[in-house]
Design a binder for this molecule. Structure first.
Ligand SMILES: Cc1cc2nc3c(=O)[nH]c(=O)nc-3n(C[C@H](O)[C@H](O)[C@H](O)COP(=O)(O)OP(=O)(O)OC[C@H]3O[C@@H](n4cnc5c(N)ncnc54)[C@H](O)[C@@H]3O)c2cc1C
Length: 508
């Protein structure tokens, strides 16, 4: 079998060489295919890796095909490097705000961008053995490096090899969508695939798109010292999120010096002597924006091209991705899909849990439903915005009436002590009950607070019951217990109050 085509990740330093040695080894020789596999998995991002490891662990004969870097977006150009950069950004913001805590910092604080990026590359390389070709071979998986494509309803080709399967999983992920703006391609731009290769900080950065990726990276670059402008078509940043949450993120970005052009669209881009010029229609007023670099973060496009989906009888859509039913089965009953290629909620943890579901449904006649998954999400700006379940408009669209309980962090001792009072915990319960249907948290570590509410939704634990859970004092998680108390107070109706008073009088 042929050796894998070499892949480089810039800058080609020791860290990236170590990364590539794990996730796309240059000397990798694909194995001789088995006569037939229980499962062929296309794509070795989170969805593919979890499917392959889980299935092989249960005794299945599995082939895993990856054309680029194992680990996919999350490890290489997504969660890992972005959260690494945000950590450096948080460190400099903390030092800059230290005076509020009585800490004097002489000489000021500044990010050494090259060092911050090197830290990310080092951490990424350090995490990569877990996703490596060698590890998966050790798990008994046949790892094929190369682009895979279906050649029929039960076969995949990778280079010269043909992999025959009983079942297959499409886990080919997604890539950055690029808006059709005249001149953008010629002027050049970065996406998540290239931005983490930077070693020098762009002085002026335009971020097109104010969703989670745009907001996280805009804040990170601004805190690192760049002049950042977000151009966002919608009137609200983080358009999917609770408007109160989005407003707090907007305020935070403003404090970090990020300029926001909301309700604005880029009409045209051209290269200029100093870099790039964006012609922006900002609510009717035309504005020219001079920057060094453009970062595009306007959403994700599923990787459905070149997969031979027609030959396999798998229906798909260029925007929504591979069409699946609630069991994650495609229009070819032998073939399933998982992760970004087939879902609207494009998160690593969602890919992971879809993969677990696919193992059961594809190999063990399972009937697990994707719609039954409770999928939390978090945007890692400072403060973070974490949500789960339905917000009031989504609940109302399903005919559910909700009552909302809000606990501002300004009334939570730990948040006050930490100087992190900006935020809230908002819980929506089904009107007339304590059944939690959704929640949004804005807090510095909202993502760490949300799981208690995700657990409550997943296991049907009512908000009133959360008041029974003792939370250590002082913690920000006490906000959730306080909401439990707030719910229980609503049960103290005038009649109940009168009965209690009568009992206490009688027993005095
Ligand atoms: C900047 C950024 C930050 C993010 N941060 C977070 C976060 O903090 N938390 C979170 O939960 N999610 C985050 N995400 C989303 C997360 O990265 C994705 O949801 C996750 O990686 C999806 O996993 P996947 O396996 O479906 O797809 P991918 O990770 O995209 O993997 C698909 C793999 O398939 C391979 N492939 C494609 N076509 C072929 C082919 N024909 N043959 C062989 N292989 C093929 C690709 O090379 C790729 O390796 C972030 C994304 C970005 C871009």
């Amino acid at each position: 079998m042929r050796a894998a085509a070499p892949v480089r990740v810039e800058p080609w330093d020791a860290h990236n060489q170590a990364l590539v040695a794990n996730v796309h080894p240059p000397d990798w020789v694909n194995p001789t295919p088995a006569p037939r596999y229980n499962l062929v998995v296309l794509g070795a991002g989170t969805a593919g890796l979890v499917t392959a490891a889980g299935a092989a662990g249960l005794g299945a004969k599995v082939a895993l095909v990856e054309r680029d870097l194992m680990g996919g977006d999350c490890l290489n150009v997504g969660c890992v490097p972005s959260k690494g950069l945000l950590r450096s950004a948080r460190a400099v913001a903390d030092v800059g705000g230290a005076a509020a805590f009585g800490v004097r910092v002489t000489g000021g604080a500044a990010v050494d961008f090259a060092a911050a990026m090197e830290r990310i590359r080092r951490i990424r390389a350090g995490l990569s053995p877990l996703d490596s070709a060698a590890r998966f071979r050790g798990l008994g998986v046949d790892v094929f490096l190369g682009a895979g494509a279906f050649t029929g309803r039960d076969a995949v080709a990778v280079g010269d090899a043909t992999l025959r399967f009983k079942k297959a999983v499409i886990a080919t992920g997604a890539r950055a969508a690029v808006p059709a703006v005249p001149g953008l391609a010629e002027a050049g731009y970065l996406t998540n695939e290239t931005v983490f290769s930077l070693t020098a900080l762009p002085r002026r950065l335009a971020v097109i798109g104010g969703g989670p990726i745009g907001c996280e990276l805009a804040q990170a670059f601004a805190r690192c010292g760049a002049q950042v402008t977000i151009v966002q078509t919608g009137a609200q940043l983080l358009g999917r999120e609770d408007p109160d949450a989005a407003a707090l993120v907007r305020a935070a970005l403003g404090r970090d010096g990020v300029r926001l052009l909301l309700g604005a669209s880029v009409r045209r881009v051209e290269r200029s002597a100093g870099g790039r010029t964006l012609h922006v229609d900002a609510g009717g007023a035309l504005e020219t924006l001079e920057v060094d670099t453009i970062l595009v973060g306007v959403g994700r496009k599923p990787n459905v091209e070149g997969l031979g989906l027609e030959a396999a009888g798998v229906a798909y859509d260029a925007t929504a991705g591979v069409r699946v039913d609630d069991r994650l089965r495609t229009t070819n009953p032998r073939i399933f899909a998982a992760g970004d290629v087939c879902t609207e909620q494009k998160f690593t943890h969602h890919s992971d849990f879809q993969a677990r579901l696919v193992i059961r449904n594809a190999l063990f006649l399972g009937r697990a439903r994707a719609s039954a998954l409770v999928v939390p999400r978090c945007t890692y700006t400072d403060p973070e915005v974490a949500s789960v379940g339905l917000d009031p408009p989504a609940a109302s669209a399903r005919g559910l009436r909700v009552t909302t309980f809000v606990q501002p962090l300004a009334e939570v001792d730990r948040a006050v002590l930490d100087g992190e009072t900006e935020g809230f915990v908002k819980v929506h319960v089904r009107a007339g009950s304590d059944q939690i249907v959704g929640a949004t948290i804005v807090a510095r570590h909202a993502g760490e607070l949300l799981p208690e509410l995700t657990l409550a939704i997943t296991r049907g634990i009512g908000l009133g019951r959360l008041a029974d859970v003792i939370h250590s004092y002082p913690t920000q998680a006490e906000a959730i217990r306080k909401l439990g108390d707030a719910y229980n107070r609503t049960r103290l109706t005038p009649t109940v109050k009168r009965l209690f008073a009568a009992w206490l009088r009688w027993t005095r």
